[in-house]
Design a protein around this ligand. Sequence first.
Ligand code: DX5
Ligand code: ZN
Length: 226
Amino acid sequence: MMNDEIRVAPSVLSADFRRLADELADVSSADLLHYDVMDGHFVPNLSFGIDLLRTVKSATELPVDVHLMISNPDEMVERYLDAGADVVSFHYEATSHAHRLVSLIKDRGAKASIAINPATPVCLLEPILCELDMVLVMTVNPGFGGQRFIESSLRKLRRLRRMCDEQGVSPAIEVDGGITARNAAEVAAAGASVLVAGSSVFGTADRSAAIAAIRASGTSGTSRRA
Ligand code: DX5
Ligand code: ZN
């Protein structure tokens, strides 16, 4: 899935669920749809699960990027694949069997991604980086939309980018949490190419304009990459 083209992934978590179909139609100019699964255990919040993923899949043509913020993803991942997940990110902190899980996701024809929390160093991914389609760098502590971007994430992104260059691999790098048109250029300059945006898209009246602004800002940042 790699490349440097900037892609914007609105996060369904911030949508108005009273009118979900309209909300999804409103973000059809995006590149991916980000779907946050929270289990009230790995993170201190509950969101939605497999049944709603099926509904979302039937209401959008965008590929769906499923972010599993759950303990023991090994036990649940196949059900999300069955429900149509196009990309699956599970948390490094939540399983002892990252390699097995990545293989399973890829064998099922989906893109495999590992997510890391703000306090998890990128060097832990070194042995498995060459297997990944994407790395999700959390830029807030997972669990809630609308939080403030953690600035030290920029250093992590640069380090991850360097690690990829050293290994000659090029997984997509996704950032999630507090991304806006204001900081999109900076995260893209540091190496990110998939930009999750919840409140900065669904919190505005003109979603297409918000998506375009984030994409344009991100694209301007890619020319500043070292
Ligand atoms: C946070 C979720 C995010 C969230 C992002 O735990 O993983 O995907 O929806 O929301 P914003 O963009 O509002 O920070
Ligand atoms: Zn997310």
